[in-house]
Design a protein around this ligand. Structure first.
Ligand SMILES: Cc1cc2nc3c(=O)[nH]c(=O)nc-3n(C[C@H](O)[C@H](O)[C@H](O)COP(=O)(O)OP(=O)(O)OC[C@H]3O[C@@H](n4cnc5c(N)ncnc54)[C@H](O)[C@@H]3O)c2cc1C
Length: 271
């Protein structure tokens, strides 16, 4: 609250991605909360994670959203489905906040309906070659590692999907359009372009053909984090309302004395 809240308005107005906030939170161990101790985290529970997200969102919702994407989605997915080598290579720097993660599922033609993806990953020797476009990907332009979902062909449906780890700077991977948001503007979304992007076969995350269930399982747990962020924002709004109502005077008294406003704040507190 002391560090994040005073600069939250500037971050929002300037659409500034708050790298410094992430660094400070990493120093406190927040980025490692749910990562097991053997990979540099503190092995906390999902409840611990949600409590942290709620408190951070109360001060700066953009910072909390970035955290939930990088650690609630990407790191969680690697922890749940990665092999030992992937966890050592990626979870350790993620836990320390030395890496930021992203999760690329949505495509221009596939938002809610992700059973058949247009992005393809075709096996070629000891590599996969990715072609396609992902859109609206949180942390997309900032991430050092991205979990990307792709299909083996245009007809195999959800059974043909797999999850892959793509690292920043991989040839054939670039950032397309960057989107401007209406709110929580310090968190950024971008389009990801894959043009003959060749990744080593060992970057397959989990089993081939299991991408769809990996995506759904990961989204299930990250959605709780989104709810925690919403609670944090609502708490901040309630606290600001109470403070304003107690100090703002109209008709010779604090507006908090007017019952109509008390009802509104009671609804905010209980609703
Ligand atoms: C802030 C933000 C961050 C995001 N970050 C990421 C990210 O990091 N990674 C990622 O992969 N994606 C991300 N997304 C994309 C998000 O996952 C998609 O927006 C979402 O899946 C919905 O897809 P869509 O926007 O294409 O909507 P559509 O699928 O086009 O849906 C449009 C509307 O139709 C409704 N609808 C669709 N199907 C049905 C149905 N069968 N019955 C009734 N109603 C229906 C939907 O509820 C919605 O209201 C993000 C989106 C937002 C807003």
């Amino acid at each position: 609250q002391r560090e994040l809240e005073p600069i939250a308005e500037r971050i929002d107005a300037d659409e500034e991605y708050p790298f410094d906030n992430i660094k400070k939170l990493a120093q406190l161990g927040i980025t490692g909360i749910t990562i097991p101790e053997e990979y540099g985290g503190s092995g906390g529970t999902h409840v611990d994670w949600c409590i942290a997200l709620e408190e951070i969102a109360r001060a700066c919702a953009a910072t909390a959203s970035i955290l939930d994407t990088s650690w609630g989605l990407c790191a969680h997915c690697i922890n749940a489905f990665g092999n030992e080598e992937q966890k050592k290579r990626l979870l350790v720097p993620l836990a320390k906040g030395e890496m930021i993660g992203a999760f690329g599922l949505t495509e221009p033609n596939h938002g809610s309906d992700i059973a058949q993806l247009d992005t393809l990953a075709v096996k070629d020797g000891d590599s996969y070659v990715l072609n396609g476009t992902k859109t609206f990907i949180s942390n997309g332009a900032q991430a050092d590692v991205l979990v990307i979902f792709a299909a083996k062909d245009k007809t195999s449906g959800y059974k043909g999907q797999s999850a892959f780890l793509v690292e920043k700077g991989t040839p054939g991977f670039s950032i397309g359009q960057k989107f401007h948001r209406l709110g929580i503007r310090g968190a950024h979304n971008a389009e990801l372009l894959f043009e003959d992007c060749r990744i080593p076969a060992e970057n397959l995350l989990g089993e081939e053909g299991r991408g769809f269930s990996i995506a759904l399982a990961t989204l299930d747990s990250a959605r709780i984090g989104v709810a925690a962020i919403a609670v944090g924002i609502a708490r901040a709004a309630l606290e600001a309302s109470i403070e304003h109502a107690k100090t703002r005077e109209q008709y010779g008294q604090a507006i908090a004395n007017f019952q109509a406003l008390q009802w509104m704040m009671a609804d905010m507190a209980t609703g």
